[in-house]
Design a binder for this molecule. Structure first.
Ligand SMILES: [Zn+2]
Length: 162
């Protein structure tokens, strides 16, 4: 198993860190077999106020009602949103919706045209606390993160850091 990076630089000068359990869940859903389907879900985590850093603590995984094919994932189950609301309340409003993840059946993932369109739509329409949303694609050999700015709708790939 390739060791996946868990810390990336974000544009505000801080870092985004994926918790170990998040990396493990992403690894479990990688499309390593020739017939494995795309998976996806939402990112949940915290803004670390003193440091500009963000931690992704939790992700949801495919649930009944979601649509999974070899080359697409559609998050259709209302349970993802229910979990977002539940975690928000349970955490005294510190656990936020931070973005989305999905897998790709390619070694080093790049977003498709459909992905970019979906991400921009989320930046325009979704209710979220910060200025940015984060989009993870888990490929077979690497996990990559993109940051979307809701003011400019610009999407940038984040650099790996330590
Ligand atoms: Zn995609």
């Amino acid at each position: 198993m390739v060791k996946d990076n868990s810390i990336f630089e974000i544009t505000n000068g801080g870092k985004i860190k994926l918790a170990d359990s998040v990396i493990e869940t992403l690894q479990q859903h990688k499309q390593i077999n020739k017939d494995s389907l795309e998976s996806g879900g939402v990112l949940l985590g915290r803004f670390i106020k003193v440091s500009k850093n963000i931690v992704v603590d939790k992700i949801t995984t495919p649930m009944k009602g979601d649509k999974q094919t070899r080359f697409s994932f559609k998050r259709l189950s209302p349970l993802h949103q229910e979990i977002i609301t539940e975690e928000w309340k349970k955490s005294n409003c510190t656990c936020n919706y931070l973005g989305e993840w999905h897998t790709h059946p390619e070694d080093f993932p790049t977003p498709s045209g459909v992905d970019i369109r979906d991400w921009k739509r989320k930046l325009k329409k979704d209710v979220f606390s910060g200025r940015y949303l984060y989009f993870i694609i888990a490929g077979i050999k690497s996990i990559e993160i993109w940051e979307g700015d809701r003011r400019t709708l610009e999407i940038v790939k984040l650099k790996i850091t330590n």
